[in-house]
Design a protein around this ligand. Sequence first.
Ligand SMILES: Nc1ncnc2c1ncn2[C@@H]1O[C@H](COP(=O)(O)OP(=O)(O)OP(=O)(O)O)[C@@H](O)[C@H]1O
Length: 249
Amino acid sequence: MFNKSSSSPPAPSERAPRARLAGLCAGYPGRPVLRQLTCRIPALAVTALVGPNGSGKSTLLGVLAGVIRPTSGDLDLGGERPPAFVPQRGAVADALPLTVRQAVEMGRWGERGPWRRLNRRDRLIVDAALDRLGVADLAPRQLGELSGGQRQRALIAQGLAQQSDLLLLDEPTTGLDPEARERITALLAELVADGVTVVHATHDLEAARSAEACLLLREGRLAGHGDPGRVLTASALAEVWAVAGPAGP
Ligand SMILES: Nc1ncnc2c1ncn2[C@@H]1O[C@H](COP(=O)(O)OP(=O)(O)OP(=O)(O)O)[C@@H](O)[C@H]1O
């Protein structure tokens, strides 16, 4: 009677991984950052990358996105389409004269090229992404005049319009108020239900705890990975942030 239903989904650690890292090292010219990372990123789950400033979260996203080449070790990234990468909000100039719709349409450039007109299918994909993120009514507005939460949803819609099954986001909730943070966190979980694997770097421990998996980084090394409830303990966080300095998470 109390047997687990045979239809309950397997735990993330038991699922086929979307990405496998083995002894992976990466960084910038003359600056090694990631050191010997060995872990799996579960498919169809939200994975949070957690760690102090400079611990290598964005670098790891860059490696997964294919913009930073590992210097050694292996990265096995399955999937048929390249990952979709949504950079930090600050990386997108607020002054860019772009409407929300134009920003989301840029998500189609990878397939169409920036100079080719979008076709009907592209426009339907853009409409669906705007709808999914609840920003369809903001489509004609300038990106720069939106609230932080609205802009972040527009940028996630741009990632979604790339139609990848792997969505990489750099600090999608940073700088947002609690309500907007919760909304984005809930949206990421919903995208998993749509068939997307989500990996996001975050300083928001609440968001990290609500993820199905996490990677805890300390000075470019893996200090823990797996179930956030097991990895993000008070003692592990105190230890990781003590190494990083007194600023705290
Ligand atoms: N383009 C770059 N060239 C050289 N070094 C870089 C570059 N980008 C980042 N670094 C360095 O790599 C290290 C890791 O940076 P990274 O941005 O990956 O950390 P992070 O965990 O994402 O930090 P934060 O939480 O502040 O965003 C830092 O020491 C940083 O100074």
